[in-house]
Write a protein that binds this ligand. Structure first.
Ligand code: MN
Length: 152
């Protein structure tokens, strides 16, 4: 079963997303703040993380940076969810190490497409390669993978 870690502090969003992902056949783990998100990423090793950016204790940007700085968890794709639809916000998410970005309120079919695309790309590079290695093999492909900043 494909595991998704959902990091979201808003109970209504959390329950809605959890239910809809479960119906699509995903196993869903829940974290309610950024620190718990980082801890659960390490302990559950999900296939993908949905990360709300506005979180208590530790925000989604810092949580993503920590997940991407840890060799154990850095290959896990992170999709940022944010209510901010400001110009530059997508770039900010990608710079923090997020693999993709979607805006709230969530349009589930669109989010599902991004989830499936991230899982497919993760499959393609394999768990052993770093993002930097993966990006080197994908330099001619026009996708979000080419525009994000590789982890230093
Ligand atoms: Mn929030």
């Amino acid at each position: 079963m494909v595991k998704i870690l959902l990091v979201e502090d808003n109970e209504m969003n959390r329950d809605m997303l959890k239910r809809r992902l479960f119906r699509k056949g995903y196993e869903v783990f829940i974290a309610v703040d950024g620190a718990e998100g980082v801890a659960l990423a390490r302990s559950t090793m999900p296939d993908l993380i949905l990360m709300d950016m506005s979180l208590p204790v530790m925000d989604g940007w810092e949580a993503t940076r920590q997940i991407k700085a840890d060799p154990k968890t850095k290959a896990i794709p992170v999709i940022a969810l944010t209510a901010h639809a400001m110009a530059g916000d997508r770039e900010k998410c990608l710079a923090a190490g997020c693999n993709d970005y979607d805006t709230k309120p969530v349009e589930f079919p669109r989010l599902l497409e991004k989830i499936e695309s991230c899982l497919t790309q993760k499959e393609a590079w394999g768990n052993t390669k770093s993002h930097a290695e993966f990006l080197q093999t994908k330099t001619h492909q026009k996708s979000v993978w080419d525009t994000r900043t590789p982890p230093s």
